[in-house]
Each structure stands twice: as C-alpha cells, then as structure tokens.
Design a protein around this ligand. Structure first.
Ligand code: NAD
Ligand code: ZN
Ligand code: ZN
Length: 344
C-alpha cells in the first residue's frame, strides 16, 4: 500500500510503498478514508535525532477516519464497512487516567512504549491503518468523514482547552484566539457555540483573519506589535477572561500573558517553544497558565455530537496521497486555509 512517511531526520515527507498491515489479536484494520495534516508533524520533523522519541521511518497522520476492513481474534462489536473515527492519544487503558477516559494523560504510556498513530506508531496517512484496540474508535454514523477527520485533533484539542475555561467565559466576557489555522478556526466556532463570550481572533495575514470572521469571530486583529493595545482597547482596558494560544511561540506566549484579564486563563496549545512565567508582576493578578495536550475519549464523542448538531464546520482543503508532501509544504508556508486533509 501507499503511505506517507517521515524517513530521515531533517528530511521531507515521502510517499512510499510499504507492506499491507495485518491486524493482530485484539486489533482492528481500517481502510483509511481521510487523514488530517497537523502542524505538530512539522514540529516533529524539525526535531534532532536526540529529541525524536521514536525510530524512523514513521508513517504520518494522527488524525484518521476509516471504515472497518477486518479485525484480529477477540474483537467484538464492530461491523465490517462501519465508518469510524480514531481516538489518537492511545494509552494503556487501565491506569487511573485511562480509567477516566483521559488516555491523553496515560500514566504508563512512556513506560509501556505506547505511542499515538502517526506520532510513533504507524499513522493514518496510508491506505490502511491498524488500530491497537476497538476502544480507540468512535462511530461516525452519517457524519461526512472528510470534514470530520480534523475534529479528532483540531477539534478535540481546542474543545478540551475551552471546556476548562467555561466557568470564566460568562456573558460579557472575552475570549482571544491566537492563530486561526487548523485548530484556531475550529476553536472560534466552539467558543461561539459553547459560550456567550465575545471572540477576538489574531493571526498574521488578512486571509486568515477573513476565515476567522467567516467562522464567527466578532473581531479579527493582526498579530503585530499593536495587537496588545488593540485588544485592550476592545475590552475597555480589562483584557480577556481566556486567551488560547494556538501558536505557542515566544512572541505569542508573551502576548497571551499581556492580553489576559485579572483572574483570566492563558492556555498554551501551540508547541512553538514559547513559555510564560507566572509570578507577581509577570502576569495580571491570579492569571492561570496551562498547557494541555489533546483530549479525552468522552470529549471526542462530545465534539462529534456538536458536529452532528451542525455547530462546527471545518474548512478543509483535500489532497490525494501523492500530493501529501505538497500539503505539508503549504502548511509550513502558512498557506492552508483551515485544515488540509489527505484522501489515500
Ligand atoms: P496551523 O499552521 O494550521 O495554524 C497556526 C496558525 O497560526 C496559522 O494560521 C498561522 O498563520 C498563525 N500564526 C503564526 N504565527 C503567528 C503569530 N505570531 N500570531 C498569530 N498567529 C500566528 O497549525 P495547527 O495545526 O492549527 O496547530 C497549531 C499549534 O498547535 C501547533 O503548534 C501544533 O503543533 C499545536 N498542537 C498542539 C496540540 C496539543 O495537544 N497541545 C494538538 C495539536 C496541535
Ligand atoms: Zn496534531
Ligand atoms: Zn493508562
């Protein structure tokens, strides 16, 4: 089968032919319908050999949907041809966090060498994908798989982040979204459907700001030296009750700290190497700073339910598997509007 692989440190993604995988006992084989392209892959492909926590080659793709094409011994409850989404942050299934459905925070994944598909285990950017356990599948039903696949990460990650801040996002509050790309443009829609907050979006190009407005941002502001002043002006000097940073680079984490209101939340989702110090004088009084990772299984079900209710509409650009390297190039250059999705 064809697969999109990251093969050598510092290299580019390549389309290669690899053996068709077989599901082992307890595992499920999916015929992949669609796989999303996430900026985290670009971060992974920028790491040195020492930083890389898994061996190469790696089949990319940690956002995946497919149809059940087979299963190994002991698997029950699935029907061949059924359309499913993959819950990506695989854990052990039995530690205290996994028992809560928070496999993204599995306490034993490192020790047991469990890694998500596309981030250590073979990923979804291929014709077939082996899923290690049926509990990592969520039925899609009638949802359009192509427009839904980004919700497994670009939807689930902001959903989890926003849910933490809901008590602060009361009527009259403000939420700021920094970076309105794959995750950010879904975050804006989630904020609009889950809260009464006024949403201010920040990005670096007019195209991205136009998308932000289309998907529901009340205000869209260029993320430049004047941004902090503009957001303060828009909030009568108070700042935002919640700031979600989907870039996470040094300039944006610093900006996020400046934009927070007293008792506000700063949530750093992007993995651009930025940090934010907390302490007297560093941020306004009682600001909470957090850096969450992905989301829980039940939250993925909730996000898919929101999609079913028509509350989120992911903007997708589709590419054939041979065009996957081009999709990564365009993402790297900031040229994707919404999310790129590969159709193997
Ligand atoms: P993306 O490339 O689709 O979106 C990033 C957006 O940020 C782009 O629109 C870009 O124009 C904008 N941007 C860049 N510099 C900016 C700046 N200085 N100010 C404002 N906007 C700026 O990326 P994505 O796939 O949405 O991922 C976003 C980030 O989240 C990445 O760092 C990714 O690795 C990370 N991520 C984290 C998790 C997690 O669990 N914490 C999960 C998924 C992705
Ligand atoms: Zn991702
Ligand atoms: Zn666990």
């Amino acid at each position: 089968m064809k697969a999109v692989q990251y093969r050598t440190v510092g290299g580019h993604p390549e389309v290669v032919t690899v053996p068709d995988p077989e599901p082992g006992p307890g595992q499920v084989l999916l015929k992949v319908t669609a796989a999303g392209v996430c900026h985290s892959d670009i971060a992974v492909m920028s790491w040195s050999a020492e930083q890389l926590p898994f061996p190469l080659p790696l089949t990319l793709g940690h956002e995946g949907v497919g149809t059940v094409a087979g299963f190994g011994a002991g698997v029950t409850g699935l029907t061949e041809g059924e359309s499913v989404a993959v819950y990506g942050p695989w854990g052990c299934g039995s530690c205290a966090k996994c028992a809560e459905g928070k496999e993204n925070y599995c306490l034993r994944a490192t020790e047991l060498g469990i890694m998500p598909p596309g981030l250590g285990a073979p990923g979804a950017m291929a014709e077939y994908l082996v899923v290690d356990d049926p509990r990592h599948l969520v039925p899609l039903g009638d949802l359009d798989p192509v427009r839904t696949v980004p919700l497994t990460d670009a939807g689930l990650t902001p959903y989890h982040a926003i849910k933490r801040s809901l008590p602060k996002l009361l009527p009259g509050s403000t939420a700021v979204v920094i970076g309105t790309g794959g995750l950010g443009h879904v975050a804006i829609q989630l904020l609009r459907t889950m809260t009464a907050a006024r949403v201010i979006a920040l990005d670096v190009t007019e195209e991205k700001l136009a998308l932000a407005r289309t998907v529901g941002a009340h205000e869209a502001v260029l993320s430049d030296g004047a941004a902090a002043g503009k957001v303060r002006e828009l909030t009568a000097g108070l700042g935002a009750q919640a700031v979600f940073d989907f870039v996470g680079a040094p300039p944006t984490t610093a900006l996020a700290g400046q934009l927070a209101a007293v008792e506000g939340d700063v949530t750093i989702v992007g993995i651009g190497g930025g940090t934010l110090a907390v302490g007297f004088g560093a941020t306004p009084y009682e600001v909470s700073v957090t850096a969450p990772y992905w989301g829980s299984r039940s939250e993925l079900i909730e996000v898919l339910d929101l999609a079913r209710a028509g509350a989120v509409d992911v903007h997708v650009e589709t590419y054939g598997i041979d065009e996957a390297p081009l999709a990564y190039e365009r993402l790297h250059a900031g040229k994707i509007n919404g999310r790129a999705v590969i159709l193997p």
